[in-house]
Design a protein around this ligand. Structure first.
Ligand code: GTP
Ligand code: SPV
Ligand code: MN
Length: 607
């Protein structure tokens, strides 16, 4: 076998053997073990500039920051190419693509043969969550993409410290194998964004392995994020009695000084990062960020549910982010050290996207790398363009983000984009009812995944694309955690919808959203603290109009009433859709969820 030039290495024999096996098969020019040092990342960035993948932004605009444009066919997660290859098909369940793991490997392994030729293979040791957690969750990603290295270094804690800990403890680690699937023949010129039309995002939950082929896009390629911290971790969580969820974590302090940590599950591009960075418009309220995408939650000795953010960076949707909507995000990226992908570039070396300012600056280059004017038939930035930024730059970062013990959760919000039907806020009756609301959550699809946008689909717990196992078992896990816990100490569960529109869904947003969502948070805190009553409705508890603080809010009383309204007619139309959704699970569906549907129908009849 040819000796491949290698920088770094490990004394962990099994890890060493795996890396060697992959290198022999994928045939890179060189192997580099990522240490996480400053010098190393400077070199990687310089290489990415040299390759044309990165363009350095002006130092006085965005210090130490880079602009990247992907191949136009590699802009989002590919849900139809994502597989859960559990040994048994039933463990993947009806919501996941499945293939027998041996058959899948027989398909994929040949694709990886020689797939890294002409490229460098990087080995990235990483930990999701804190290195000093009681049970740190390790991973090693092998990738032939320097863009992935630059991004993983922002998104997770990576490098030599982590490797040393894996070596010392012999702890289990997830093996992530990633290739863009674009080998270079000798003398062949590279492209700025190598990828392959054929894509596979494959999880082998029993062997803690992820194989990703053909894409360089975030959620497909940064394997610590959705692939590990949600899909693989959800399986670990079920086995070990905890929860791995698609949730933001927010620290909220009331004017009275009460602190509440609130988690929120909204589907992709439905407002998690914005809520995590909220600047309350209500005077005296303070909000700080703990996490903006993923939450790992387990019960503490005091019986409360504690959440940690396993990530170390933000991979945020750019469009819609501006001074008026999300000033905290703007301040975060101003500090630089960021990678911007598929946004537009300004003539003076800065970035721009729809919603950053009301008027686009002149002289833009769009996400295809072409000159762009407002007359163009497409947006300047791709709707799923992203900023990748260290969490430590968030000016409202709560110090607890770095506490391996996590923060005690007082409430969980579930939400989505629904033009109709779903009121601004509803409180569930109890944990089981909350689990039903979550399991039947629905939202219009967004540009975060390939496929049609704006189509209502069920997205249970905002985890439809991220559940690593059978959804029925997942619901059962939620129900059983609730039953085992002390009901008094369980978080309250709320359903929220910032996206309801007037005129039966065809008009404008009824609710201004963003910082004004603090008015809804205040009502939740009032409910948690037992300060206000609520109105019972067939779908749960609704705020009495007088309990939502509308002081200074630019919404008419009628608009407010429409945003908060429960509609008998709309819910009578919703029930058959919920029924149809639950029917897809057949007999495996936990009986409690069917009972909740029956109870909802009963309450609707009696209303
Ligand atoms: P992922 O990172 O894909 O998981 O998305 P996310 O859930 O973090 O969504 P994000 O906060 O990035 O918001 C997605 C889009 O929704 C952005 O364009 C936001 O501007 C917009 N958005 C967020 N919050 C609100 C809101 O309260 N009201 C309205 N109308 N739009 C919102
Ligand atoms: C999402 O799609 O939910 C994201 C972006 O947060 S990605 O990490 O690419 O999945
Ligand atoms: Mn986000």
């Amino acid at each position: 076998m040819l000796q491949i030039q290698t920088t770094g290495g490990t004394r962990h024999e099994e890890l060493d053997a795996w890396v060697r096996e992959v290198a022999a098969h994928t045939q890179p020019d060189a192997v580099v073990w990522i240490t996480g040092s400053e010098g190393e990342i400077e070199q990687i960035n310089a290489q990415l500039v040299e390759a044309g993948t990165f363009v350095k932004l002006a130092e006085d605009k965005k210090p130490n920051s880079y602009h990247a444009l992907s191949d136009p066919q590699d802009v989002a997660r590919v849900e139809d190419r994502t597989y859960i290859c559990s040994v048994e098909e039933k463990d993947a369940g009806p919501t996941n693509n499945w293939m027998d793991p041996t058959a899948m490997k027989r398909t994929l392994w040949p694709l990886f043969e020689g797939s890294m030729r002409g490229r460098t293979m990087y080995v990235i040791p990483f930990v999701m969550g804190h290195l000093d957690a009681d049970d740190p969750k390790f991973g090693v990603e092998i990738t032939d993409s320097a863009y992935v290295v630059a991004s993983m270094r922002v998104m997770a804690r990576v490098g030599s410290d982590v490797l040393a800990r894996i070596e010392e403890t012999g702890a289990a680690y997830v093996k992530g194998l990633h290739s863009v699937g674009a080998p270079l023949e000798p003398g062949q010129e590279d492209v700025a964004w190598p990828c392959n039309e054929t894509k596979y995002i494959v999880h082998f939950p029993e062997e803690l392995a992820i194989w990703s082929y053909g894409s360089g896009y975030g959620g497909n390629a940064l394997l610590g994020k959705k692939c590990y911290a949600l899909r693989i971790a959800s399986v670990m969580a079920r086995n070990e009695g905890w929860l791995a969820e698609h949730m933001l974590i927010l620290k909220l302090t009331s004017p009275e000084g009460e602190v509440h940590y609130i988690a929120g599950a909204f589907p992709s591009a439905c407002g998690k990062t914005n809520m995590a960075m909220i600047q309350p418009t209500l005077p005296g309220w303070k909000a700080e960020l703990v996490g903006d995408d993923i939450s790992w939650m387990r019960f503490g000795e005091d019986g409360r549910l504690y959440a940690v953010n396993p990530e170390f960076g933000l991979f945020g949707v750019a469009p819609g982010t501006g001074r008026s909507t999300n000033p905290v995000a703007m301040d975060t990226i101003e500090r630089g050290h960021s990678v911007f992908t598929n946004v537009a570039r300004t003539a003076d070396g800065d970035v721009w996207w729809e919603g950053m300012t009301s008027e686009p600056p002149a002289g833009l280059t769009d996400w295809h790398g072409q000159p762009w004017t407002p007359e163009a038939d497409h947006p300047a930035a791709h709707p799923n363009s992203r900023f990748c930024t260290p969490i430590t730059q968030v000016p409202t970062l709560a110090p607890e983000y770095d506490d391996p013990r996590g923060v005690p959760i007082s409430a969980i919000m579930f939400g989505g984009r629904r033009k109709t039907t779903v009121p601004l806020v509803t409180e569930s009756r109890d944990w089981q009812h909350g689990t039903f609301i979550a399991a039947t959550l629905s939202s219009e699809t967004t540009a975060a995944a390939t496929g049609a946008v704006g189509v209502v689909r069920r997205d249970p717990m905002a985890m439809l694309p991220f559940m690593g196992y059978n959804a029925s078992d997942y619901f059962a896990h939620w129900l059983s955690l609730g039953r085992r816990a002390d009901a008094e100490k369980l978080p309250k569960i709320f359903l929220v919808n910032w996206f309801r529109k007037s005129d039966g869904g065809s008009g404008d947003f009824l609710w201004p959203g963003f910082g004004e969502n603090s008015r809804v948070l205040k009502w939740m805190v009032d409910r948690i603290e037992g300060r206000v009553d609520a109105q019972e409705s067939p779908i749960g508890y609704l705020p009495r109009p007088e309990d939502v603080d509308t002081e200074g809010l630019g919404v008419t009383p009628e608009g407010m009433a429409s945003a908060l309204a429960f509609s008998q007619e709309e819910w009578e139309a919703e029930v058959p859709l919920i029924q149809e959704w639950l029917d897809t699970f057949g007999d495996e569906l936990p009986a409690a969820l069917r009972e909740e549907l029956a109870a909802l129908e009963q309450r609707l009849e009696e209303a």
